[in-house]
Design a protein around this ligand. Structure first.
Ligand code: CMP
Length: 141
């Protein structure tokens, strides 16, 4: 199977608690390769645009506030069927419902403060990757 790419973000709760190294090690152990990474603090405008699809939902303001509350770590990851594989590896949105051994079960606090984001389709992976990275930021880009 050919490799593909997806976009992840280690969110401010996990990054601020010093869990980035453990989460990256977990993902590498699972066969993902980091092909681009950065550390940044999202502005309100950036977080609002990134999560624009959720604008109007009851948790949108809380989500934007949380995502701008501290530094985060967007990364592009590569693996066979990367989008599906990463969503399996991180588990359900709510850590209380996440399967044992998933990133959110191990490292997330709550549905809102849930440690990590993963793109939900190849199309969104490409769009979200362009949000944070240029093609030349990626190894073998
Ligand atoms: P993420 O995978 O980054 O995509 C959208 C985010 O919205 C999701 O993770 C959660 O962090 C957040 N979210 C979804 N539902 C709720 C909710 N009911 N309350 C708070 N945050 C939520």
């Amino acid at each position: 199977m050919t490799t593909s790419r997806t976009l992840t973000i280690i969110k401010p709760d996990a990054f601020g608690a010093g869990k980035a190294g453990k989460i990256i090690a977990h993902l590498e152990q699972d066969g993902f390769q980091v092909v681009a990474a950065r550390v940044m603090r999202l502005t309100t405008a950036q977080a609002g645009e990134f999560y624009a699809v959720h604008n109007g939902r009851p948790f949108y303001a809380e989500l934007v506030e949380f995502m701008t509350s501290g530094d985060c770590m967007p990364m592009i990851l590569e693996k066979a069927s990367a989008v599906v594989a990463l969503r399996e590896a991180i588990g359900a949105t709510d850590p209380a419902e996440a399967a044992a051994g998933t990133v959110r079960k191990l490292y997330a606090e709550s549905k809102g403060r849930n440690a990590i984001h993963a793109s939900d389709s190849d199309q969104n992976a490409a769009r979200e990757s362009r949000f944070f990275f240029a093609e030349t930021d990626c190894i073998r880009g």
